[in-house]
Design a protein around this ligand. Structure first.
Ligand SMILES: NC(=O)c1ccc[n+]([C@@H]2O[C@H](COP(=O)([O-])OP(=O)(O)OC[C@H]3O[C@@H](n4cnc5c(N)ncnc54)[C@H](OP(=O)(O)O)[C@@H]3O)[C@@H](O)[C@H]2O)c1
Length: 297
């Protein structure tokens, strides 16, 4: 396989891990990798290794057609643009259109589990992007990444500091997957040469309720965490009061709990193993690897 592989959003957490896997795990020659980013200056070390680093911003269509030229396979990493409804989907549609126009053959996209008819307020971005790919001339691999174990760092520092974890997720479970595993899967899908249209829902090997996670972290750190179950409206108002975040943003975060409560993040699949041939990182091992950070939180 001598395709040129392109990774968008290459300076983000996931993007950097993907490129490390391409270079170090899969031994893809650096001159077959294009890394695009809004911040090329952050990727000077990759450029020094022989990776082609190009500026690209999904809000700037001209930058995309210039950046994508010469690539055959492209990893479209979903952006973090949640500032206004529809913005992120418009960005992704720009990227899909530019990929088709510049001769890219295959796109790998980082989506989410069950984006159809979802209560999660960011789901339409993912569903719309999947639909844009389906309507395009491109072939694609959809990686429906379940929630990263790393997302827990958004909740655990305050839960450990206050001893309370406000949740509207009820006894819904999440099949957490590590970000590193999502990166490994994305790198393998990109480098595989596979042009069939395939969907993988990437999860860890177990699913946990908020209470389960609280108990495990509590035992590891030696501090109590009580899960305080609240209705979703209460969660939104609590976030606004505690952090000053705008209500629409709090509503997005709270909708993750609604989604979890409805059981839409709980299914454990074997897709990670199917795609990579390896077992996903166990939650207990991830906790162990992060215990110093958690103990210091
Ligand atoms: N499954 C989960 O639990 C989970 C959790 C968090 C996030 N996510 C999603 O997965 C993505 C990667 O996660 P991460 O942890 O690597 O997030 P991150 O470090 O916050 O990275 C944000 C990403 O968005 C890209 N981006 C933002 N605006 C862009 C624009 N205008 N044009 C092109 N790219 C743009 C960034 O690229 P550059 O800065 O290099 O331009 C970067 O790759 C996130 O953006 C989000 O959509 C999933």
């Amino acid at each position: 396989m001598s395709d040129t592989l392109l990774v968008t959003g290459a300076s983000g957490h996931l993007g950097q891990l993907v490129i490390t896997h391409l270079l170090d795990t899969l031994k893809v020659p650096p001159n077959r990798i294009i890394a695009t980013t809004r911040h090329p200056e952050k990727l000077a070390a990759l450029a020094a290794k022989g990776v082609t680093v190009r500026p690209a911003d999904f809000d700037d269509i001209a930058s995309l057609t210039a950046a994508f030229s010469g690539a055959q396979r492209l990893l479209l990493i979903s952006t973090d643009a949640l500032d206004r409804p529809g913005h992120r989907l418009a960005q992704h549609k720009n990227a899909v259109a530019a990929a088709a126009k510049t001769g890219v053959k295959h796109v790998v996209y980082t989506s989410m589990p069950l984006p159809e008819d979802s209560p999660l307020l960011i789901a339409p971005d993912h569903l719309g992007t999947e639909q844009a790919l389906a309507a395009s001339s491109l072939s694609w691999t959809l990686l429906r990444d379940c929630w990263y174990m790393e997302n827990l760092f958004m909740y655990l520092p305050s839960a450990l500091a206050t001893g309370q974890w406000y949740s509207a997720a009820g006894d819904g479970k999440v099949a957490y997957v590590s970000r590193a595993d999502c990166a490994r899967a994305a790198a393998m899908a990109l480098a595989s040469g596979d042009t069939s249209k395939a969907t993988y829902t990437l999860t860890g090997s177990e699913a946990f309720t908020t209470e389960d996670v609280a108990k495990k972290v509590s035992a590891l750190v030696g501090k109590p965490i009580a899960v305080v179950h609240v209705p979703v409206e209460g969660l939104i108002q609590g976030m606004v009061a505690a952090t000053g975040m705008p209500e629409p943003v709090a509503a997005i975060f709270a909708s993750f709990d609604t989604n979890t409560k409805a059981g839409r993040a709980s299914t454990v699949t074997g897709d990670f193993q199917k795609l990579t041939g390896a077992a996903p990182q166990k939650f207990a091992d991830w906790l162990d690897a992060n215990k110093a950070v958690l103990r210091g939180a």
